[in-house]
Ligand binder design. Structure first.
Ligand code: ADP
Length: 261
């Protein structure tokens, strides 16, 4: 720990931002961005007085533009700060607003780190009660840059119940603990599929994997979200499920955990 902190500037909070919560996963495709977006919306829906933002720090594979139905360009204000784009009352910033959806970003780690620093510190975020950061998967440069640039109030780790995903989720949780970021708990996603025709329930990616990891690492399970067509459809169409169907059972888990947050 001491070695990592050596020579680095002290962490400084983002002006006007009260709480920063990161949503992370060990693997890609487990529902991290879906969770981040619905968590942000649920926080805002639950308390209209609260202002919420989403920072998409997944520079190589930004999902927020599509999920929040937003497109660039991004403008710079008089103070030289990037102006976030807003939908559903949520301020959003993503590299995807500044690049073409179809062209890959071919960058080295240093460029990624400086882009993330810019999106943290040079965006007109203030005032915000919560900034939800959608992290890239894994435990690399981007994750460390974030953890070492700003104080993070908590990390939420998303995983499917599959062993391979849980192994990586454990690494993620351990990385945050190493850099003194409190891990708020685990979100188990895609745990069960219920056939809409016959009601048969199938645990496609396994069952209870997250609970076991939770027990081993003394982490709470914050939500258990089923695999459901409406979650996929609403994510892809930029109308996240918390907005389109706040009463749906798929949302309950997510909402419950937001209310306890
Ligand atoms: P990640 O951020 O971990 O890469 P995403 O949130 O982008 O994962 O999810 C990957 C894909 O899976 C998306 O198309 C999303 O709509 C879909 N998805 C995520 N969670 C669910 C779920 N519980 N049920 C159905 N589809 C889901």
């Amino acid at each position: 720990k001491a070695k990592m902190a050596k020579g680095l500037p002290k962490k400084a909070p983002i002006d006007g931002v009260k709480n920063v919560i990161v949503v992370a996963s060990g693997k890609g495709g487990v529902g991290k961005s879906t969770t981040a977006v619905n968590l942000a919306l649920a926080l805002a829906v639950n308390d209209k007085a609260k202002s919420v933002g989403i920072l998409d720090s997944d520079v190589y594979g930004p999902s927020i533009p599509r999920m929040m139905n937003l497109k660039g360009p991004v403008y710079v204000n008089e103070q030289g700060l990037l102006q976030p784009l807003v939908n559903f009352g949520i301020k959003c910033m993503s590299m995807g607003f500044m690049t073409d959806e179809k062209s890959p970003i071919v960058w080295r780690g240093l460029m990624v780190m400086s882009a993330i620093q810019r999106m943290l510190k040079q965006v007109e975020w203030a005032p915000l009660d919560y900034l939800i950061v959608d992290m890239p998967p894994g435990t690399g440069d981007a994750q460390l840059t974030l953890a070492q640039t700003i104080p993070i109030d908590g990390a939420v780790i998303v995983s499917t119940p599959q062993d391979i995903a849980l192994l990586d989720a454990r690494k993620g949780a351990e990385m945050f603990r190493k850099v003194d970021v409190p891990v708020l708990g685990l979100v188990q996603n895609m745990s069960v599929y219920e056939c809409p025709k016959c009601g048969h329930r199938e645990h496609i990616f396994g069952q209870d994997g997250a609970s076991k990891l939770g027990e081993e690492m003394s982490l709470d399970i914050l939500a258990d979200i089923p695999l459901h067509l409406s979650i996929r459809e609403t994510s892809d169409s930029g109308q996240p499920i918390v907005m389109s169907d706040p009463q749906s059972p798929q949302v309950c888990g997510t909402l419950l955990f937001c209310l306890n947050a």
